[in-house]
Design a binder for this molecule. Structure first.
Ligand code: ADP
Ligand code: MG
Length: 284
C-alpha cells in the first residue's frame, strides 16, 4: 500500500484489513424447501462481529436464534448468503475447530472425569496426554474449580457442570464461543454469578462470544450489542448498543443506565411483535 493510500480515511484494504470474528452476509435459511412443511427460518440476515465483542441474540421462541448459531457453527448450511468465521468460510472454521459451543444442558459425559471431559476436544485434535492434562488443569483454574479434576459430573452442582462445559468449549483456546441459552436451567442467583464469571473469563481470554438468551437483563448485562429478532420469517429487527463499559459488576445491575437499556431492548422486542401483528392483519 502506498503512503498516500495509507493516509486517507478509507478503511485499510488487503492484508492490513482487520479480520471480523464473524461475518454474516445476506443469509437466509429455509427448512423443508418445496414441501408443505416449508419454514422460512431466517431471511436477509446481515451481522458483522468484531474480535473480542460480546453479542447476544434475543427474540421470541422460533425466531431462528438457534438456527443462526448453528449456521455460524456450520452445523447446517444456509439456503442463501455467506458466512465467514475468523476470515474463513464457516466450514473451514468448523474443521479447524475455531469455535467452542455450550448449550443449556452441560452435556458432560457421565463416565468421564471432569478433567477427561475438558480434554475431549484436545483428544480430537490429537494432543498428547501430558499436554492435554496441563491444559485441563489450566482451564480448571480459569473456571475456579481446580480441585475437581478427578470428580465425576454427577458430583457437581448444575452451575459447576456449566463451568466445566465452558472450560471444555474453551480448552483448545478457540477465538469464538457460541452459547445457546447456557444458563437457562440455572436458578437466578447462580445465573447472575455465572454471568459475571463468563465476563471475567472472556476478558482474560479475549474470546468473542455470541450468546442466545430469552432474558433481557441477561442480554444487557453481558453484551456490547443486543441483536433483536422477530419470527415468521426470522429476521433482525434492531441492534441495540450497550455502552455500559467493560467493567461490569453487581453495581451495574442497579445502574440507571442498565435499566434504560433494558427498556430499550424490551421496546425493540415489542416493536418486533407489533410488526408481526400488523403483518398478520394484512395477511388476513
Ligand atoms: P429459536 O432458537 O429462536 O427458538 P429455532 O432456530 O430453533 O428458533 O427455529 C426457527 C424456526 O425454524 C422454527 O419455526 C423451527 O420450528 C424451525 N426449525 C428449526 N430447525 C428445524 C429443522 N431441523 N427442520 C425444520 N424446521 C426447523
Ligand atoms: Mg433455540
Amino acid at each position: 500500500m502506498s503512503a498516500d493510500a495509507a493516509s486517507t480515511d478509507s478503511p485499510p484494504a488487503g492484508p492490513d484489513k482487520p479480520v471480523s470474528a464473524v461475518e454474516v452476509v445476506g443469509v437466509s435459511k429455509v427448512f423443508n424447501r418445496g414441501k408443505a412443511s416449508h419454514v422460512d427460518a431466517l431471511v436477509d440476515i446481515d451481522l458483522t462481529i468484531v474480535p473480542g465483542e460480546f453479542v447476544s441474540l434475543i427474540g421470541p421462541s422460533g425466531c431462528g436464534k438457534s438456527t443462526l448459531l448453528r449456521l455460524i457453527a456450520n452445523l447446517t448450511e444456509p439456503t442463501g448468503g455467506t458466512i465467514t468465521v475468523a476470515g474463513k468460510p464457516a466450514r473451514t472454521a468448523r474443521l479447524e475447530q475455531d469455535y467452542g459451543m455450550a448449550f443449556q444442558q452441560a452435556g458432560l459425559f457421565e463416565w468421564r472425569t471432569v478433567a477427561k471431559n475438558i480434554e475431549l476436544p484436545l483428544e480430537l485434535k490429537g494432543w498428547d496426554r501430558a499436554k492435554r492434562r496441563a491444559r485441563a488443569r489450566e482451564m480448571l483454574e480459569l473456571v475456579k474449580l481446580p480441585d475437581f479434576a478427578d470428580h465425576l459430573p454427577w458430583q457437581l452442582s448444575g452451575g459447576m457442570q456449566q463451568r466445566i462445559a465452558i472450560a471444555r468449549a474453551l480448552a483448545a483456546h478457540p477465538p469464538l464461543l457460541l452459547m445457546d441459552e447456557p444458563f437457562g436451567a440455572l436458578d437466578e442467583m447462580t445465573r447472575e454469578h455465572m454471568q459475571a464469571e463468563l465476563l471475567r473469563i472472556c476478558a482474560e481470554t479475549g474470546t468473542t462470544v455470541i450468546f442466545v438468551t430469552h432474558s433481557i437483563p441477561e442480554a444487557v448485562y453481558l453484551s456490547n450489542r443486543v441483536v433483536v429478532m422477530s419470527p415468521r420469517p426470522g429476521r433482525i429487527t434492531q441492534i441495540v448498543d450497550v455502552p455500559l463499559g467493560a467493567d461490569r459488576t453487581d453495581d451495574t445491575r442497579e445502574d440507571g443506565a442498565f435499566y434504560g437499556k433494558i427498556t430499550e431492548v424490551r421496546e425493540a422486542l415489542r416493536g418486533a411483535e407489533f410488526d408481526l401483528t400488523a403483518k398478520g392483519i394484512e395477511d388476513r
